[in-house]
Design a protein around this ligand. Structure first.
Ligand code: TXA
Ligand code: MG
Length: 336
């Protein structure tokens, strides 16, 4: 008897596969999709069965709400109470790496928003996800496609390794360009915009468009208490290895003699000159380019975690622009 070929779940995003994925989604199945930030685990936002699968595949508690993804701002704004500030930001940053928290209408199911009166909405910019959103007649609820609490996936292989046996398809969009999750901004109160999660779109960029000061609230949130972003627990993004933060600008010693082989060091850029014994030293960018550092950040941590290092020491990013988001994730990953 001929052997059946292994079902291939990591599939390229050609027209036929996009149709297949649209059909899977319409049948309440989940599909992992590339976005410009990280891979998402997508399901029909209006289907209770699909949304329940998202929570169970991720092992995510039902109290942690999901972001709903729409093809256009017009579609997104049908389901929330729109403010003037939301319109201004949508014009400049959508499609893109910005998620807005607004008061929801009843059309977004309570299961998606964990019973909260608000919804997180985003119009993503990745062309593959946009084609898929164009093909289906519903928005897509999608958290990052990683097991709850683990590092977010920025390559299809990351999803395959951690969730590959639980979902029927992963659309291969290669490496995510930005590599960190979207900026989440709370816009419910006009005149009081607040960043709940720093991301690729900086506080300065939002402030410039809105013309009012944008506060960043994440650091004030207390675990388990009524937080504005309930999923922003201080322990998050955690690999198996322990993470230790090195100060930005950290310099290796000349010989690295005291470095154990179970410890890896991740620097922002390639040290020059390169000291001796740097077998366990890695860098995110050749030239300290901040975008490259962000794009490689989750990947390198996962790769070294899989290699089996017990501790990963990571140099902090510079504290500006997307560096603020990197340091936010790093601090959470380092929390015991
Ligand atoms: O870039 C991203 O945002 C990716 C891609 C897939 O779009 N998605 C993502 O989703 O990072 P997730 O579920 O991993 O993180 C979403 C965060 C969670 O911390 C959740 O608690 C918060 O958004 N959130 C969702 N709805 C909210 C709401 N109504 N109010 C406040 N925070 C909310
Ligand atoms: Mg996540």
């Amino acid at each position: 008897m001929p052997t059946m070929p292994e079902p291939k779940i990591m599939i390229k995003a050609d027209a036929e596969n996009l149709e297949r994925c649209a059909a899977l989604l319409a049948g309440d199945e989940l599909v992992a999709v590339p976005t410009e930030t990280v891979y998402g685990l997508a399901g029909n936002c209006f289907s209770e069965s699909a949304v329940r699968k998202i929570f169970s595949v991720k092992g995510r508690p039902l109290i942690d709400p999901l972001i709903s993804h729409f093809y256009s701002a017009a579609h997104a704004f049908e389901h929330v109470l729109v403010t003037e500030e939301a319109r201004k930001l949508a014009k400049v940053f959508w499609p893109g790496a910005l998620t807005m928290v607004l008061t929801k209408k009843s059309t977004i199911p309570d299961l998606v928003t964990a019973g909260m009166p608000t919804a997180a909405v985003r119009v993503p910019g990745h062309p593959i996800l946009r084609s898929l959103l164009d093909k289906v007649s519903f928005p897509l609820a999608a958290p990052s496609a990683n097991p709850f609490g683990y590092v977010s996936p920025t390559r299809p292989e990351h999803v395959l390794r951690t969730l590959g046996d639980k979902i029927p398809a992963i659309l291969d969009g290669g490496t995510c360009e930005l590599g960190l999750e979207s900026t989440i901004v709370d816009l419910r109160k006009e005149g009081h915009p607040a960043i709940l999660r720093p991301g690729p779109i900086s506080n300065e960029a939002l402030t410039e468009v809105l013309g009012v000061r944008v506060v960043t609230t994440t650091r004030d949130a207390e675990d388990g208490a009524a937080q504005s972003a309930p999923g922003m627990l201080s322990k998050h993004y955690s690999p198996k290895a322990s993470i230790k933060i090195l100060p930005h600008g950290y310099r290796l010693s000349a010989d690295n003699k005291d470095m154990g082989k179970n410890t890896a060091i991740i620097l922002n850029s390639k040290p020059s000159p390169l000291p001796e014994n740097t077998e366990h030293v890695f860098w995110l960018s050749e030239t300290a380019d901040l975008k490259t550092i962000a794009s490689n950040f989750f990947h390198l941590i996962q790769k070294l975690d899989q290699t089996g290092y017990e501790q990963i020491q990571v140099e902090a990013a510079p504290d500006h622009r997307i560096g603020i988001a990197i340091n936010d994730r790093l601090t959470r990953a380092a929390t015991l």
